[in-house]
Ligand binder design. Structure first.
Ligand SMILES: Cc1ncc(COP(=O)(O)O)c(C=O)c1O
Length: 374
């Protein structure tokens, strides 16, 4: 049985390792194992001595305990470690949904948040809650969400901070969302993989796990902490029955996390503030470069500055951003992501600000633009 193409991953698979100048990565700058262990004060010898047996299927108890401690009202029991963050989307969708259930998804969205769900419940049963293109920023209309709720609605899927807009709701909007979920006996899947990447001037918000027991929260070390190669993720589920159902599904996908990843994830957790601060500093620096760049090209781009995360959704006035991105990758080795793969239109691209080489890539892009538009 086929599932819709995972267009974003296919695009990256084609170009990520062949284009030298990248402007659209969603992860932040990574570090080596040696750097991580030095930062965490863990002798390399300990890593070498790690045995390569199976690990505990729910994750190392100490790691689950520590992760739970970073949320209010969450215990280690509520935390399930995953073999990758994206696995959590599949497991939750499988455990929660039956064919013909209705689901509301905030769009545009990371492909898996729509495609896996459409595969299970049927395309006609997935209703899109669309972002509104405001003058300065992307905006959410809670009234639009309320109108989409019907008797058969089971689940609302959101992602905050949001890929690709970089939007973060206010705490008041999150409170409203939690209230809607509770009042209508729904479930909320909140993908928080960019949690903690909040830009200066934006107020941080609580995790959905702290706000309602009817939530399933996804997080991991890929984006905020710059460690996507570890493939470490986790779900927070406070409802016991739902959690057990998800744990059962996990026995069919990964069983447990890889031992080296778990070891390194524990080291990373001990220095997570440092890793996050490093990511935020890079993003703020690159956003300033982007501000200046977009000021120089007002006729070609419409820039809505992100409030949080490592990414932004930018309008580009060319006939097709998809065709332009392909030409740019193949002719100039410069990578932008056509946001049509994320369910946006063909006038938008996603940019990413978490990488150290962003400034150099932006310079290359600007030189290329001059050859075409000036
Ligand atoms: C919103 C969102 N959720 C989940 C994931 C999956 O993370 P990973 O690729 O580390 O499994 C991504 C990755 O891009 C993402 O953007």
């Amino acid at each position: 049985m086929r599932i819709s193409d995972f267009e974003t991953e296919h695009f990256f698979a084609k170009y990520e390792f062949s284009t030298p100048f990248q402007l659209c990565n969603s992860d932040c700058e990574t570090i080596s194992i040696a750097e991580l262990l030095t930062m965490a004060d863990v002798p390399m010898k300990n890593f070498g001595e790690l045995s390569l047996g199976y690990t505990q299927s729910l994750g190392h108890p100490e790691l689950r305990e520590k992760i739970a401690g970073s949320y209010e009202n969450v215990t280690a029991e509520d935390v399930i470690m995953l073999a990758s963050p994206v696995e959590g989307i599949y497991l939750a969708a499988r455990a929660v949904l039956e064919p013909a259930d209705e689901v509301i998804v905030l769009t545009p969205a990371y492909d898996a948040l729509v495609n896996v769900i459409e595969h299970i419940v049927g395309r006609a049963n997935v209703h899109r809650w669309n972002f509104i293109a405001g003058k300065h920023q992307w905006e959410l209309d809670i009234g639009q969400l309320k109108k989409l709720i019907h008797l058969k609605t089971k689940l609302i899927v959101v992602n905050f901070p949001h890929n690709p807009t970089g939007f973060l709701p206010s705490q008041a909007q999150m409170d409203q969302l939690a209230e809607i979920v509770e009042q209508n006996n729904l479930l909320l899947f909140c993908d928080e993989i960019y949690f903690g990447l909040v830009h200066s001037g934006t107020k941080p918000i609580k995790s959905a796990a702290e706000m309602t027991k009817r939530s399933i929260v996804l997080n991991g070390l890929s984006k905020t902490y710059g460690l996507p190669g570890l493939r470490t993720g986790w779900l927070v589920i406070r409802d016991r029955e739902l959690r057990e159902n998800i744990i059962n599904w996990k026995s069919y996908t990964s069983i447990c996390a890889s031992a080296p990843s778990e070891f390194l994830a524990m080291a990373a957790w001990s220095v997570r503030q440092q890793l996050r601060d490093r990511s935020i500093a890079l993003i703020e620096h690159n956003l300033n470069l982007a501000d200046a760049f977009f000021q120089r090209w007002p006729q070609l781009f419409y820039w809505r500055r992100p409030m949080a995360s490592s990414i932004a959704l930018v309008r580009m006035d060319v006939p097709s951003v998809q065709a332009y991105a392909t030409e740019l990758a193949e002719r100039a080795g410069i990578l932008i992501l056509p946001a049509i793969s994320l369910g946006s239109d063909d006038q938008h691209m996603r940019m990413g600000f978490g990488r150290a080489a962003f400034g150099e890539a932006l310079q290359q892009f600007e030189q290329y633009l001059h050859t075409q538009f000036n």
